[in-house]
Write a protein that binds this ligand. Structure first.
Ligand SMILES: Cc1cc2nc3c(=O)[nH]c(=O)nc-3n(C[C@H](O)[C@H](O)[C@H](O)COP(=O)(O)O)c2cc1C
Length: 201
């Protein structure tokens, strides 16, 4: 079994990194022969998708710039790693109501027409199905209330884009209110770790 572990927090003492680590440990306990590949998207940032990078799709290879050549290698690697994984663990903190731009940059690379999704006469079809995604969601405030949900463009966005790619088996482990005092932070992390311990993969 192959697992792709992704972190995207820019913070030291990160909550989501603690949770992705616990998630990976939990899967490894259940599958000791697990093969894990790791991407720290904050430690080694993927360049935002630019006109030049995407332009390689519409330019003969002989005319590619050095950037297009290098970035194509990286994009292919990211897509292959994404498609090969049976389980993907994603650390996704909430930044400004959404996900870190580093994580969005990864999504912009792996969401590739003809490879991870395609358009048909009946609409889009995801090509990356059959895998499980475990998301470690961390937020400073509270968004699980009816009012809070209206401001959450983090968890729903991830579920939407993963669904678009054909991945419907998405489980979210959440630690929220982590910036609302030490007690609330500790309680939220403890509850998330307890939830992780009971996830069967
Ligand atoms: C740039 C930035 C933006 C943030 N925006 C929000 C936000 O919109 N809502 C919120 O509740 N918390 C916000 N936070 C707090 C983080 O969600 C919180 O610190 C969480 O623990 C981040 O996960 P991490 O510890 O894994 O980095 C933000 C933090 C940073 C650094």
């Amino acid at each position: 079994m192959k697992l792709l572990h992704i972190d995207s927090s820019i913070l030291g003492n990160s909550v989501s990194r603690q949770l992705t680590s616990a998630l990976v440990d939990n899967v490894r306990r259940q599958h000791p022969a697990l093969e894990v590949s790791y991407r720290d998207l904050a430690g080694a940032e993927i360049a935002h998708l630019s006109g030049e990078i995407i332009g390689a799709n519409f330019t003969p290879e002989a005319d590619w710039t050095a950037t297009q050549r290098n970035e194509k290698v990286l994009t292919d690697e990211l897509i292959a790693e994404f498609l090969a994984a049976d389980v993907i663990v994603i650390g996704a903190p909430m930044y400004n109501f959404s996900i870190p731009s580093q994580l969005k940059a990864w999504i912009d690379r792996v969401a590739a027409a003809g490879r991870t999704f395609k358009y048909t006469e009946n609409g889009p079809v995801g090509l990356a199905g059959g895998k499980k995604v475990l998301v470690a969601s961390s937020r400073g405030g509270v968004y699980s209330t009816e009012q809070g949900r209206l401001m959450d463009f983090q968890e729903d966005y991830l579920k939407t884009v993963l669904g678009f790619l054909g991945i419907t088996d998405v489980e979210i482990v959440r630690a929220e209110a982590v910036n609302m005092g030490e007690d609330q932070r500790a309680t939220a992390i403890h509850a998330a770790k307890s939830a992780i311990a009971s996830i069967a993969v």
